[in-house]
Design a protein around this ligand. Structure first.
Ligand code: MLT
Length: 410
């Protein structure tokens, strides 16, 4: 009989968002009249920018002509997109990233999981807690952890708490680690790391031969100065960091799918016999073997993000969602709720009132206000007592949600 990957059996019941969907569906079936507003999963609601749609339409026309039709593209992405990424996201910020260090893909979620393919089994992995669940679950699937304890913390992982006690700034690990996941602006807390704080991590990685997986999917939401948009703004980061970026949250590509991962050629790991090995060729090999590239049409749409019109339209989207976040913050604060995040990120991270657990608060909101958020404990043990609201929604839904929150919590 075929053997299964036993490590999957260590995973907690379900991935967080399907689990929430299951509970919401059950509530909805029992209360069909309830007008449920979902502020749970961070999925965009506003239409794709016109600049992207026009570019995609033009590309579709090209696909309809023998002369301009394209089949398989380069697995790593078309040069037009890789060059645009480098010019606008890196060179403009003084980061010396080359186009062939950029790998275009269909999502950062996939890439943050897939990257583990090229790293050895015995690496010690550090994650912040709470954290985007994909980082944990993919390490469990890959067999890099033991069983979870009763708080859901897996043996073998190094958890770095981020709570209001440490101002949502993780402390450097006190035990040796090899791979470190950092996500800034942070999902789920919506908080940020300033440049001097991020520099501590880069210095740590350089001193300890560790590699940082830097998920910057929400960088477009940064509004304050002195917050790096890319880890490569920190000197020396090219030798120790892989960066994940996405068009999902800035340009609304969650359904369209386009992202990219930067693997600098100076990044090195070690083989089991102790010799140095560049990471870039390994990721290139993995990417080309298991992936056939993002479609031409979608890459043209992504390229248009960097056009003048595209930049204006993306900025309008970002400002819209940030205004939603600000309305949520103001509404919650007006009824005495402690709120974090939402200034440089589309997520608002609240302290649950009256000592309720995260899931108790989830149930209260769902039953009393028909609002759905994400329990902080679903992102990790240190998220207990917190709750995440996503600002990705229409203005009318946000206004309605704020009214309901004020009524229920005031
Ligand atoms: C979230 O709600 O945390 C995000 O939507 C997850 C994701 O981008 O995959």
């Amino acid at each position: 009989m075929a053997l299964v990957n036993d490590h999957f059996l260590k995973l907690k019941a379900g991935y967080l968002f399907p689990e929430i969907a299951r509970r919401v569906n059950a509530f909805s079936e029992a209360n069909p009249e309830a007008n449920i507003i979902k502020l749970g999963i961070g999925d965009v609601t506003e239409p794709l920018p016109e600049a992207c749609r026009s570019a995609m339409l033009k590309a579709i026309e090209e696909m309809g002509n023998r002369e301009t039709f394209r089949g398989y593209g380069p697995e790593q992405g078309y040069d037009f997109l890789r060059n645009a990424i480098v010019a606008h996201d890196y060179r403009s910020r003084g980061c010396d990233i080359a186009a062939d260090e950029v790998f275009v893909s269909d999502g950062s979620k996939c890439d943050t999981g897939n990257i583990l393919d090229i790293f050895g089994q015995d690496n010690k992995v550090a994650i912040t807690d709470p954290v985007y669940p994909v980082y944990v679950d993919t390490n469990v699937m890959a067999g890099r952890t033991g069983e979870p304890d009763d708080q859901g913390r897996y043996a073998g992982l190094t958890y770095l708490p981020v709570t209001e006690e440490n101002n949502f700034t993780p402390a450097l690990p006190t035990e040796p680690v090899d791979l470190i996941y950092l996500c800034y602006p942070n999902n789920p807390t919506g908080t940020v790391l300033r440049k001097d704080e991020l520099k501590k991590w880069v210095d740590y990685a350089r001193e300890n031969n560790a590699i940082i997986f830097y998920d910057a999917a929400y960088e477009a939401f940064i509004t304050e100065d002195d917050i790096p948009h890319s880890i490569y703004e920190v000197e020396g980061a090219k030798d120790v960091a892989i960066e994940f970026r996405s068009f999902s949250k800035n340009a609304g590509f969650t359904g369209t799918r386009c992202a990219f991962t930067v693997v600098p050629k100076t990044l090195r790991g070690t083989t089991s016999d102790g010799s140095e090995q560049a990471i870039h060729p390994l990721w290139n090999r993995r990417h080309c073997t298991k992936f056939n590239g993002v479609s031409y049409v979608i890459q043209r749409g992504a390229e248009a993000v960097y056009s003048d019109n595209g930049q204006d339209q993306v900025q309008t989207l970002i400002s819209f969602y940030l205004e939603n976040a600000s309305l949520l913050r103001a509404g919650l604060e007006s009824v005495g709720i402690t709120v974090y995040g939402g200034v440089n990120a589309p997520y608002v991270w609240i302290k649950t009132p009256d000592g309720l657990t995260s899931w108790e608060f989830f149930d209260k909101l769902l039953s009393e206000t028909h609002l759905v958020g994400t329990p902080g404990s679903g992102f990790g043990a240190s998220g207990e007592g917190y709750f995440r609201l996503s600002a990705f929604n229409s203005r009318s839904n946000i206004d309605e949600a704020v009214e309901r929150l004020k009524k229920s919590l005031g």
